[in-house]
Design a protein around this ligand. Structure first.
Ligand SMILES: NC(=O)c1ccc[n+]([C@@H]2O[C@H](COP(=O)([O-])OP(=O)(O)OC[C@H]3O[C@@H](n4cnc5c(N)ncnc54)[C@H](OP(=O)(O)O)[C@@H]3O)[C@@H](O)[C@H]2O)c1
Length: 301
């Protein structure tokens, strides 16, 4: 089985480079044609959607996993055209190319397709109503993938972090090393999910060869605020000697940190459908976080 991974240098893409080789022959593609370690790979620039179909025809994959996306939530508000080109137009071109050759497309989407006014974790069939350009462009991408009519799996995930790339965990670790006090918002509630969990679960789903196309939520269980996540991160880092002291982590309201894009106040995802249909239990976010630190600790010896 031949798999083409797009966006191989992103957080999820990086983790998929570890999870996917067990399933078959893996070809990686990045925007510039190089992996983060400098090795050359296929080039797939989503700013040029027309170049994607020839790539699919040449690599001839059985499965395409698309982890590339325009993920700068605030910047997207002023960069609407690029966000839609990368998050909607390019996935539509990919999905059509996959449909033509009967390949399965795995495509990631986001909790930010919801407006955050819900009172229980969002299910796949709850109405989407994105608050900002990023969420709207990702929703348009979902619709383009479905409309192409080929085999697809749309996996919506949330609050992705890991020890690679730009993300909340890395920002908190950096700031905790520099400051005595961190101020972190406590009025946005969601489900932190490690890039490793997204990648490993994707691998598990692909081994099951489900014939049905569809949309599934893929997030850890439970919920917390960014503040709650930050507290857990500094505690884990301190316990493993990555920080020499625990800084104070003060809860603050989002209104104290005005940002360009509005974000949902509550965007927990209910991943029950995925767990039932694929018989794949997902961990609570605390265990997922602990595993990320344990793995890094193990690597450092
Ligand atoms: N991060 C989150 O909290 C979160 C939450 C929910 C859902 N998701 C979804 O999960 C998926 C993976 O996200 P992630 O967290 O791994 O994002 P990420 O770390 O920001 O990685 C995104 C990747 O997309 C690539 N990319 C951006 N523009 C591109 C272009 N024009 N052509 C080719 N590649 C381009 C980036 O390439 P460069 O390395 O060259 O910049 C980067 O490697 C995305 O679909 C995202 O929407 C993420």
């Amino acid at each position: 089985m031949r798999i083409l991974l797009l966006g191989a240098n992103g957080q999820v893409g990086h983790a998929l480079r570890e999870a996917l080789p067990a399933l078959g022959e893996l070809a990686c593609a990045t925007r510039g044609g190089r992996l983060s370690d400098g090795t050359s790979c296929e080039r797939a620039d989503f700013d040029q959607p027309d170049a994607l179909a020839p790539l699919i025809a040449r690599v001839a994959p059985d499965i395409v996993v698309n982890a590339a996306a325009y993920t700068a939530v605030d910047r997207a508000e002023d960069d609407r055209e690029a966000a839609y080109r990368i998050n909607a137009e390019a996935p539509g071109v990919l999905a059509a190319a996959c449909a033509r050759r009967g390949a399965l497309l795995v495509h990631y989407s986001t909790d930010y397709v919801f407006d955050g006014r819900g009172t229980r974790p969002y299910r796949e069939d709850d109405s989407a109503a994105p608050l900002g350009v990023y969420g709207a462009s990702k929703l348009a991408g979902e619709q383009a993938v479905r409309a192409a009519g080929g085999r697809h799996m749309i996996l919506r995930t949330a609050w992705v972090y890991g020890l690679h790339g730009h993300n909340f965990l890395r920002s908190i670790l950096r700031l905790a090393g520099e400051r005595d006090e961190l101020r972190v918002v406590d009025d946005q509630i969601g489900t932190p999910t490690s890039a490793g969990l997204v990648a490993r679960t994707t691998g598990t789903l692909l081994t099951q060869q489900l014939r049905r196309s569809g949309t599934w939520h893929l997030a850890a269980r439970g919920e917390t605020s960014w503040h709650g996540l930050a507290v857990s991160i500094v505690e884990h880092a301190h316990a493993r000697g990555m920080l020499d002291r625990i800084p104070k982590v003060a809860p603050v309201a989002s209104s104290e940190y005005p940002s360009r894009a509005s974000r949902p106040a509550y965007s927990c995802l209910d991943s029950g459908l995925l767990q039932r249909e694929f018989l794949t239990p997902l961990p609570c976010w605390q265990d997922d976080l602990a595993r990320v630190f344990d793995t890094e600790h193990g690597r450092r010896g």
